[in-house]
Design a protein around this ligand. Structure first.
Ligand code: ZN
Length: 453
């Protein structure tokens, strides 16, 4: 997909990214090429000599460095990044552990401050699209609008009391279900399609063990009424699978199927504890899997991602509130899959790059618009440091990007045609303020957690 010259011929483009090594999924690397952008779209991709004279309102000199599509992160909760560095050694579901800040302590302003930090991190590391959901979706959406990122925001719909669940008791709280569903519907009404269309809203039922089937069915009806994307956690832990088995005598995927959610508008995060029948059904239903290799491995788990892929399931990648580095995620996906495959060389750089770009785009209903560097696609792309020793030599481009690249190598990020990161710093946020505010919120939360009985 190349175009000999920017069009219309001779007229100025908004932005010309000159002299880069283009890495786009499914295509050989193109060294010494340039990308022209007008408005929110890529209008030309061509050898630099053929576009050297094109007038451009703004020019970025790539100096031969790598340029790739902006990375698409299909599952994250930016506010939980506040407990990062403190919970990874504590076991599963540390958010319900005494001595750790509890998610429900976060008010709107705390959520906003932490979301801004998480989004700044994602931006600086080359992620240009993220699915983010938590229990206060409105401040999440507000932070997303400000960030310049392309965001899909949802609430955290649930009607099972998680505090009781942590103590082994299953208690349904219809009031909680109503309140969390109302929050999600409210964020849809207020934010869907806002920020020049960069912001979209999804429905976010938390998981099969924290939502009653009745609540899940209501979500399915709502999603079917307007074709909305639904996002949930699926088979994330043995505990979840056992609870669902004990309560309903079924597997988690069976419940999703029965309530009408297992379809090609569902993005299911984790998908670790699945049996062979569930893998087949997920693949046949067109459900998208959000694979979180880093978070899963921190918990000692590896999802059967190669089995899912071979069954035909559609796969995307996510950081799930761990490091915001999607390069690390791509690499981890390969490593853990090879460990699970007992040394077989399953997966490769090209496959995981597809998952992190066109795979994510398909899951978000943006197939053909997002995830490639090609004319007619939205201008979401990243330019990496041409002087980074870890990114040389560039031979096929994909291998070095995936196996050796890292978030801090990103110098420029462009989202929807706008430069949102320049010289590795966000242009949309005052980073010092964002860091100071988030640190203040985290300090107060940890002080409260230490004082809690
Ligand atoms: Zn999650």
């Amino acid at each position: 997909m190349t175009d000999g010259a920017p069009h219309p011929s001779g007229s100025a483009v908004d932005l010309l990214i000159d002299d880069v090594a283009l890495v786009s999924p499914g295509e050989p690397v193109r060294r010494g090429w340039s990308v022209a952008i007008t408005g929110r779209e890529i209008v030309a991709v061509a050898p630099r000599d053929s576009v050297a004279d094109t007038p451009a309102r703004r020019r970025i000199d790539g100096r031969g460095g790598l340029c790739a599509p902006g990375l698409i992160n299909t599952h994250n909760h930016t506010p939980i990044m506040s407990v990062r560095g403190m919970v990874e050694d504590l076991g599963f579901a540390p958010a319900y552990t005494p001595g750790v800040p509890q998610g429900h302590w976060l008010g709107d302003e705390e959520t906003f401050a932490l979301a801004r930090l998480g989004l700044a991190e994602l931006l600086c590391q080359g992620c240009t699209t993220v699915v983010d959901f938590y229990n206060r979706p409105d401040p999440l959406a507000r932070a997303m609008a400000e960030s310049g990122l392309r965001g899909f925001v949802g609430g955290r719909i649930m009607d099972v009391d998680t505090a009781a669940l942590a103590n082994g008791r299953f208690e349904t709280r219809p009031d909680l279900g109503e309140a969390t569903l109302a929050d999600n519907l409210d964020v849809i009404a207020r934010w869907d399609g806002r920020a020049d269309g960069r912001l979209r809203c999804v429905l976010g039922p938390h998981a099969v063990d924290t939502c009653s089937p009745e609540l899940m069915r209501r979500v399915a009806d709502l999603a079917n009424s307007d074709g909305r994307i639904v996002h949930t956690h699926l088979a994330q832990s043995k505990i979840e699978v056992e609870r669902v088995q004990t309560r309903y005598g079924k597997r988690s995927s069976d419940i999703l199927d029965e309530v009408g959610l297992l379809n090609d508008r569902l993005i299911a995060a984790h998908c670790i504890h699945l049996d062979a029948d569930e893998i087949k059904r997920i693949a046949e239903s067109g459900t998208f899997v959000a694979h979180a290799p880093t978070g899963n491995a921190t918990g000692g788990e590896i999802a059967p991602i190669v089995d899912l892929m071979e069954a035909g399931a559609r796969i995307t990648l996510c950081t799930d509130s761990k490091s915001g580095d999607m390069f690390e995620t791509m690499r981890a996906a390969i490593k853990v899959a090879r460990i699970r495959a007992e040394g077989r060389f399953v997966l490769n750089a090209a496959t995981v790059l597809e998952w992190a770009t066109v795979g994510g785009a398909a899951a978000l209903g943006m197939d053909g618009r997002l995830g490639r560097i090609a004319p007619g696609y939205l201008a979401d792309l990243i330019v990496l440091d041409p002087d980074a020793p870890n990114l040389r030599p560039i031979v096929d481009g994909v291998g070095i990007l995936v196996h050796s690249g890292s978030g801090p190598n990103v110098r420029t990020s462009i989202c929807d045609g706008h430069i949102v990161v320049e010289n590795g710093r966000p242009t949309t946020f005052d980073l010092e303020t964002v860091i100071a505010e988030a640190q203040g919120v985290a300090d107060a939360l940890w002080e409260r957690a230490r004082a809690a009985p």
